[in-house]
Design a protein around this ligand. Structure first.
Ligand code: SF4
Length: 348
């Protein structure tokens, strides 16, 4: 049975719990503010609460439901957290990656790579996360707790919802979590990018729901048959339909789409692939992120040859499509948000 935490309770539930412990309803709101606004993760430090209530809360209501099970820190300071949630200890940890700016003196803050599901139902063959399929959707507070834990590692500048899972298949929980991230933690909507494989109907609905995030679509290839292979959950959905949904997103929200391509050596990184992608994207208001794939021993793909990602980018640029090569960070800590050991889009 999942254990309640300060962040998992609704406003009414929290008021009730705090009142039952001898406090007043507003003390619950104050405690939540301490956590989300100020990053306080210890009741003892919440001096705006009565001492007796702080003591009672510390025994009765954990601030976070999740417990950090493992932390790895790569040589470039990228930190990967594995977090266990109650009832599932050791079974399906949630992965979050904190990617600091390249320049340690920078005040930009880190990029946090956030997961929305445990496992993933999309089944991309180049991604270890999809191998075992979906285990479960994360609850809103489990997504929110990743932000809280990530900020405890170091200040955050932005977040990318590009961790494990397909965000559009868990959009209500993600939306609830992002509302708290924006309104209570103070991270602006333009600082959060959500990456999806781009289910057209879901995207069109999301565009009309006043989304509070930037959109990235993991396209991976301009070729219909190849996309059927690389993104199995989208089998039978023509690339042009995905792009049309991206155009619709731009028209409705006024925000440009970023298209992502995980470059797989010899598979989708050839000059022909670049040319066909450019043909599809030319004239569209968008940019492209090219993400050289990180080798994963259990997967039958290769990293692009040296210079190939840059050649791909130039081939796009010559045809009027703006692209950036994004190398994943934290590889020696198994923590790149591109393919942790997984993934479709790792950037910093
Ligand atoms: S690359 Fe992304 S969408 Fe594809 S299986 Fe992995 S987590 Fe899911």
């Amino acid at each position: 049975m999942p254990t309640a935490s300060l962040l998992s309770l609704s406003a009414d539930e929290l008021a009730e719990r705090v009142t039952a412990l001898g406090g007043r309803a507003f003390h619950g709101r104050a405690a939540r503010r301490e956590v989300l606004e100020r990053g306080v993760l210890d009741y003892a430090a919440m001096t705006s609460l009565p001492a007796a209530l702080r003591e009672a809360l510390s025994h009765e209501l954990p601030i976070l439901a999740g417990r950090e099970r493992l932390r790895t820190v790569a040589s470039d300071r990228t930190t990967k957290l594995l977090v266990d949630f109650p009832g599932r200890e050791g079974k399906d940890p949630v992965e979050t990656v904190h990617i600091p700016p390249h320049d340690p003196a920078s005040e930009k803050g880190a990029t946090l790579c956030v997961s929305t599901q445990v496992g993933c139902p999309v089944g991309c063959p180049f991604c270890a996360s999809g191998l075992a399929g979906l285990s479960r959707n994360l609850a809103a507070h489990e997504i929110l707790e990743q932000f809280v834990l990530g900020r405890a590692v170091g200040p955050l500048g932005r977040a990318v919802v590009m961790g494990i899972g397909e965000p559009l298949l868990n959009l209500p929980a993600l939306t609830e979590a992002l509302d708290a991230v924006h309104d209570e933690m103070g991270m602006g909507a333009r600082k959060v990018t959500v990456s999806t494989v781009g289910f057209p109907d879901r995207l069109r609905r999301a565009a009309r729901s006043e989304p509070r995030f930037q959109l990235a679509i993991s396209l991976h290839t301009a070729d219909d048959a190849q996309r059927d292979e690389l993104v199995p959950a989208m089998r039978g959905v023509p690339v042009e339909e995905v792009l049309a949904a991206g155009d619709d997103w731009f028209e409705v929200t006024g925000r440009e789409v970023t298209y992502e391509v995980a470059l797989l050596g010899g598979e989708n990184d050839t000059p022909g692939h670049a040319e066909r992608l450019a043909r599809r994207l030319r004239g569209r208001r968008c940019t492209v992120n090219l993400i050289p794939w990180n080798p994963s021993p259990e997967l039958p793909f290769a990293r692009p040859r040296p210079g190939q990602p840059e050649a791909f980018r130039e081939a796009l640029a010559e045809r009027g499509v703006v692209a950036t090569v994004r190398w994943s960070r934290g590889l020696d800590g198994d923590a790149a948000c591109g393919q942790l050991r997984h993934r479709h889009a790792g950037t910093a």
